[in-house]
Design a protein around this ligand. Structure first.
Ligand SMILES: *[C@@H]1O[C@H](CO)[C@@H](O)[C@H](O)[C@H]1NC(C)=O
Length: 109
């Protein structure tokens, strides 16, 4: 998620304002192998189990969570998925999934 720094001073302002936020979304589906990048995130889910909790992950290129090809995507103006659901989001959805293992799908954190 990123906010429009050309129009707004901060995320708080952007999330309630037109064309305020951009969200890049990737679908996950099951495959044969563990996904190492997803595993890095998944191992920390238990730390962020309460509102406003956070954790740092160093040396984690977000590109590792994208499919090999990002040539095709759809984009549309939509809303946030959290209460408020304001229509301030430019969604970018990559049309190829990334794969995680069945074990990762069922992992308890
Ligand atoms: C965000 O920017 C707005 C407009 O400049 C300002 O009024 C507000 O205090 C800022 N909020 C934060 C959390 O910095």
């Amino acid at each position: 998620m990123a906010y429009n720094t050309e129009l707004y001073a901060n995320y708080t302002e952007a999330q309630v304002s037109p064309r305020g936020i951009a969200i890049l979304a990737v679908f996950l589906t099951t495959g044969e192998h563990d996904n190492a990048a997803f595993k890095t995130l998944q191992e920390r889910f238990f730390i962020i189990d309460k509102p406003d909790s956070c954790t740092d992950i160093e040396n984690f290129p977000l590109a590792d969570l994208l499919p090999e090809s990002t040539d095709h995507f759809i984009t549309y103006s939509g809303s946030l998925t959290q209460p408020g659901c304001r229509e301030t989001v430019q969604w970018v959805i990559i049309n190829k999934p990334i794969y995680i293992s069945h074990q990762q799908v069922h992992m308890r954190t």
